[in-house]
Ligand binder design. Structure first.
Ligand code: TRP
Ligand code: SF4
Length: 449
């Protein structure tokens, strides 16, 4: 483990003077996400995380919502989780690997982790048959997930269509989600098929079901996503809140518990439970709300206990982290429809190496210029591959970056190194995928190749 470099993304004013070895990306772009959408910068949390993932150290994960609840749980040994889902539609590639790495990292930190195969989404939105959803789900995504280190101990994989809990919860969530809200997020219109709309609440159910009693109850659960996925997260955080019986917040030093839907009996039970932890004269009961003079955290615990007792959900808003996207190997977007822009985890390792040799670099037009002015690693897709995937040691990456900037490293040699690393990675990964076939049954997946 190399030493952690704090502050990979110097966006926070007080950190502006720290030299940031990783990042040159336009600070303004991310600042906008922070200011307008309420995403918090990740680097503030970094020093509290014991062994941050390289995506965290390197500012690739740049933002979050409520991730402090996960950090707190990790550091105090309290239960927490992580979940994500994949739509089985195409080939599993490096973009998917990022999310898989993040989920697996959280499992290694002690979290319970869940992976959904979004077959209902794929079937309703992309028109992919159930049979193909199963095949692609297993043969592309699940095998790579297991090969990357996802373990059955504390790790669960399911297909949306075979989870009654998810489907039932999706229906319940549908009561709280209306057409205008969903169409604003997903662009639904009069032509959109109903099953497509349903798959939106199924996705929220994927996220929230791991907090159901039978899956471990309410606890912080993080959803690692790309920055563009924030609308789903906001929707689901809103739904979590709407599903809850009680709403707790602090105002002017008083903790307030409100409920529109709780019955008198539920309020009475809550009052009793509160008097276990708080003095009688610190609890004031009103019509439809209770005021408590005391710690917000303790009130929340009491409210959660009572909510579960009287049959509510007590969902915590799901936490999220946001990572940057990798650039396509030719520059521009990474897209499955442009094979040369992506590297699939299942593709021929030699072919992948050749793609890297053809990739867009931040090199100069001539060797002379490169020696004189140095390259531009921040505009180089090959550097990005090394930064995101191929090199674990921070110092090694920094060294390449510095040599590139100094004009000491030439692109041909650099690409060759990246190509070799990629080839080795893919060969090993594909061997592990074969072993993963034998592990499927440990995840309760019955599949014939
Ligand atoms: N909609 C996601 C996609 O298009 C897949 C997905 C389904 C998902 N359920 C999820 C992602 C829950 C995160 C969390 O790939
Ligand atoms: Fe990219 Fe390497 Fe060329 Fe620098 S030397 S621009 S990092 S390929």
């Amino acid at each position: 483990m190399t030493e952690t470099i704090i502050c990979p993304l110097s966006i926070i004013p007080q950190n502006m003077n720290t030299i940031n070895p990783w990042e040159s990306t336009t600070i303004e772009d991310y600042q906008k996400l922070f200011d307008e959408f309420g995403i918090s910068p990740f680097n503030k949390l970094l020093s509290d995380i014991k062994h941050p993932h390289r995506y965290m150290r390197r500012g690739i994960i740049f933002g979050h919502r409520s991730y402090d609840s996960i950090v707190d749980a990790m550091n105090s040994g309290k239960p927490f989780g992580a979940m994500s889902g994949f739509m089985p539609s195409g080939r599993v590639h490096l973009g998917h690997k990022m999310v898989m790495d993040e989920i697996i990292w959280h499992q290694q930190q002690g979290g319970t982790v869940v992976m959904a195969v979004a077959d209902m989404e794929s079937h309703s939105v992309r028109g992919i048959s159930w049979k193909d959803c199963l095949r692609i789900g297993v043969e592309e995504y699940i095998l790579s997930l297991i090969a990357l280190g996802f373990e059955p101990d504390g790790g669960r994989i399911y297909f949306q269509s075979t989870s009654p809990e998810v489907r039932d919860l999706a229906f319940e969530l549908g009561i709280k989600a209306n057409f205008s809200e969903l169409s604003a997020i997903y662009g639904f219109n009069g032509e959109t098929n109903i099953a497509h709309m349903v798959s939106a609440t199924v996705q929220s159910a994927d996220i929230l079901h791991s907090q159901l009693k039978q899956f471990g109850g309410p606890r912080p659960v993080v959803i690692p996503v790309g920055a563009d996925q924030d609308p789903h997260i906001r929707l689901t955080r809103g739904l979590a809140d709407k599903m809850n019986l009680f709403h707790v917040f602090q105002k002017d030093g008083t903790v307030k518990i409100y409920s529109k839907s709780a019955h008198k009996e539920a309020f009475k039970t809550l009052r009793k439970r509160l008097s276990v932890d708080f003095n009688e004269n610190d609890i004031k009961m009103f019509e439809g709300h209770i005021d408590v003079n005391g710690s917000l955290e303790h009130v929340r615990i009491a409210v959660k206990d009572v909510e579960l007792l009287v049959g509510g959900y007590a969902f915590m808003p799901p936490a999220s982290t946001y990572h940057k996207f990798m650039t396509g190997l030719q520059g521009g977007k990474m897209s499955s429809s442009i094979p040369d822009s992506i590297i699939a985890l299942t593709e021929d390792p030699k072919g992948a190496a050749r793609k890297i040799m053809r990739a867009k670099t931040g090199g100069r037009v001539t060797l002379e210029e490169q020696k004189q002015h140095g390259g531009l690693p921040d505009e180089c897709t090959v550097f990005e591959l090394m930064l995101y995937h191929l090199i674990e040691d921070d110092n090694d990456v920094l060294e390449i970056k510095q040599e590139c900037i100094n004009g000491e490293l030439m692109c041909g040699q650099c690409k060759k190194k990246a190509a070799e690393l990629m080839e080795t990675f893919l060969i090993e990964h594909q061997e592990k995928r074969e072993l993963a076939e034998l592990k499927l049954s440990e995840f309760g997946i019955d599949y014939k190749f």
